[in-house]
Design a protein around this ligand. Structure first.
Ligand code: M6R
Length: 373
């Protein structure tokens, strides 16, 4: 029985599936998450009572599974760049088996939609065993992680019912921005005016989100054209690489298509060999600094007959002009593109699943909360 058919009529609203409803809820949930913590352009997390463990951290471990891990990858880049603190992001199921050289003044941040994932709990307990404080970022007030962590912060997108996470991911991303901006401000590691600029842009992100959703029909048509594929790559550099991982996971989960995420620059070190004529690669091109290099790598795919579905910033469109498909995201500070570039990837995964006749909200063999190690 599908999740949708188990819901009362009023929950379905105008949508055919919960996943697409939750994708569209991001038009509100992203701003909602930001509004409480950005004042006059600066992030302020003081009301959470986490300053003691956060501001003393000389190293941060961002730990999660699946989508939550991908949010941590974005967090790593942001915190290292803005706050200058070394960050490791790792998959919870691997973390527990590492031999971490634990030190004083370290912090573990566990990210989990459900707050119940066994692998993430195992990592949390490992840190606590070594006296390292843990901050849990969850989407549930009453969950095991909140009870066992030293502090917790609950994100605000509301319950997420579709198995493929969408709105929880972007809310987790918002928390990554808040942590990075707050740490940078408190530690004085980044120019305050620039921090404020990012904060103000984040507060105005609604308009940009709307522009992305305005391309939904185009994305649906692209999905229709490629609905029969069995393999694809998701590519990006820097922050784009982290979002590519989330895009590839979304497609796998909902459409059962083999999709692999790679850092664009890594392509030439082997994976390019599997490109066959007509095979599409979804390429994110939102980072000005690396765009030229990425384009050169992507042209190699086309030389082998592959197609490029580009998700690129408006200002970089001229570089992507030759590609088979182009989805644009509005020009924003290059640090905040993940909040926008993931939206077309979610829509693409959704429509691919619909066109393949899959149970979108309840993909085969998956559960919402994985409580086995
Ligand atoms: O509840 P959690 O955030 O801890 O779950 C972690 C993963 O199992 C979860 O993100 C999974 O990858 C999703 N189904 C992704 O859409």
């Amino acid at each position: 029985m599908s999740v949708m058919s188990q819901l009362p009529e009023y929950e379905k609203g105008i949508y055919n599936h919960i996943m697409i409803k939750e994708i569209h809820q991001q038009e509100k949930t992203i701003s909602l998450e930001l509004a409480d913590y950005i004042k006059d352009g600066l992030a302020d997390l003081s009301s959470l009572g986490i300053d003691d463990i956060l501001l003393s951290a000389e190293k941060i471990y961002l730990i999660g599974c699946g989508t939550a891990y991908h949010a941590g990858l974005v967090g790593r880049t942001l915190i290292e760049k803005l706050a200058g603190i070394p960050v490791e992001s790792d998959i919870a199921s691997e973390f527990g088996y590492r031999h971490i050289p634990w030190r004083k003044n370290q912090l573990m941040v566990v990210i989990s939609q459900s707050g119940e994932t066994s692998d993430t709990l195992m990592a949390l307990r490992e840190a606590k065993k070594h006296g390292v404080p843990v901050l849990a970022i969850t989407n549930a007030q009453d969950c095991t992680m909140n009870r066992e962590a030293d502090r917790f912060m609950v994100i605000k997108p509301g319950p997420e019912l579709a198995i493929a996470s969408t709105k929880a991911y972007t809310s987790q991303l918002v928390v990554m921005y808040l942590l990075a901006l707050y740490l940078a401000d408190k530690k004085g590691t980044y120019d305050k005016a620039e921090l404020k600029e990012i904060g103000h842009e984040l507060m105005g992100i609604d308009a940009a989100i709307e522009k992305v959703f305005a391309q939904e029909e185009k994305i649906m048509n692209i999905a229709w054209r490629y609905r029969h594929i069995e393999d694809t790559f998701y590519l990006g550099r820097g922050l784009d690489a982290a979002v590519a991982m989330e895009g590839a996971l979304k497609l796998k989960e909902t459409s059962y298509i083999h999709s692999e995420a790679y850092a664009t620059g890594e392509l030439k070190h082997g994976p390019i060999a599997v490109i066959t004529p007509g095979m599409p690669a979804v390429a994110l091109v939102t980072q000005e600094k690396t765009a030229d290099k990425s384009i050169a790598n992507l042209q190699e795919i086309r030389k082998n007959g592959g197609h490029i579905i580009a998700v690129c910033s408006e200002k970089l469109v001229s570089l992507c002009g030759e590609f088979e498909e182009i989805i644009t995201i509005p020009n924003v500070n290059s640090d905040i593109t993940p909040l926008l570039s993931v939206l077309p990837l979610q829509l693409f995964a959704y429509y691919m699943a619909v066109f393949r006749g899959n149970d979108v909200d309840k993909p085969r063999g998956l559960t919402k909360s994985v409580q086995v190690e």
